[in-house]
Design a protein around this ligand. Sequence first.
Ligand code: CMC
Length: 428
Amino acid sequence: MADTLTITDNRTGKTYEIPVENDTIRAMDLRQIKVQESDFGLMTYDPGYTNTASCKSRITFIDGDEGILEYRGYPIEQLAEQSSFSEVAYLLVHGELPTREQMETWEASIRMHTVVHENIKRQMEEFRYDAHPMGMMISTIAALSTFYPDAKQVDCQQNRMLQITRLIAKVPTLAAFCYRHSQGHPYNYPDNQLGYTENFLSMLFKMNDNPYPLLPAFVQALDVLFILHADHEQNCSASVMRAIGSSDADPYSALAGAAAALYGPLHGGANEAVLKMLNEIGNVSNVPKFIERCKAGEVRLMGFGHRVYKSYDPRAKIIKRTADAVFEVTGRNPLLDIALELERIALEDEYFVKRRLYPNVDFYSGLIYQAMGLPVTMFPVLFAIPRAVGWLAQWNELVEDKEQRIQRPRQIYLGHGRRDFVPTSARP
Ligand code: CMC
């Protein structure tokens, strides 16, 4: 069996043989297909890139039909149960699980970079009291690039690793500052005696000089949530990270762009939208009416559906269990009953079944964050912390990939043909 595709162009009757590799053809192989020699050649049209591979990657594998998610080959369920977020971060960035010694060095180097320049803190203080934390987060990540001009040397592997470590270390500090600002509370500096997740919780909630009493259930839950959110192959924000990175921009600027893409309610902003939706529904008895509005196309059932998963999102299953562990400590979030009823009805309803719409990672994560005492506006920020690791792993892979070039899609131009300018005085 030949690994080729034979295409007959019915416009000309000509036949072409195109190589097939990894079940994919190269779009550029279509350019030879022309009616006249002067033609541009055949292109593919794929808004939203639903069937276009933009890269070859060795980081994350997803099988959307089977509900499988693996980082560097390791199933997400095993990582969530047996690993830690710091270790998963190492795995995503370096490709292999660390030895004990590598892990110690990794954690020590991240601890070394958790502090941000005082000017970043002052810049943050200038935001309005009610500034959305994600807006603050995006702009201060971008501002970091001005503190590290050396980050422009993207071709140097050692330099890239330094910037990756800096970013992974500083993102929780910025996130905690965003929260403290929105609460009108003084910012807490990092405590490098603590682990990654503990330190973040402490920076969020510590009051005065008293150590923050870390609840193991919270630390464990947040660490699992961070693992589940760390990467998700070529999603909207990772693609933005790669698009900006493809122009050799520094990783701070690229990561700010990726975070901006994450902010949207169809992507990482969905967990915020889920909570708003649950509050709007308000009561279990209102669920059937809300489902009818979804089916009529008036509203979307936020936290449901996924471009890739056409079965239960494996992350949502783990999050549901994590939520139970947190609610044992905090008491049951009253919105949980509404969420469970939405899920029950949607999973039985023909509209959702036919479209293969299942709960995604965002359906339950917001309930956990809320139980921990975090406001909904912080939810996308909480998504951005672990996803920064995925973005950086994707960026590093992009820079090392010799086949990659600056991203520059084509268009199908359907606008006016050439016409002459008319001065204002001559227009009707
Ligand atoms: N509620 C109601 N109907 C929906 C929903 C939903 N949440 N999602 C999709 N549909 C319908 C949609 O109306 C369409 O129906 P029809 O064929 O009759 O026009 C069909 O299902 C296919 O939808 P689509 O918009 O073409 O699918 P997509 O792959 O472009 O969109 C999605 C994927 C995640 C943007 C979408 O499912 C959605 O808007 N979900 C709600 C937002 C959400 O939870 N986003 C978080 C995604 S997971 C976290 C992350 O990775 O960021």
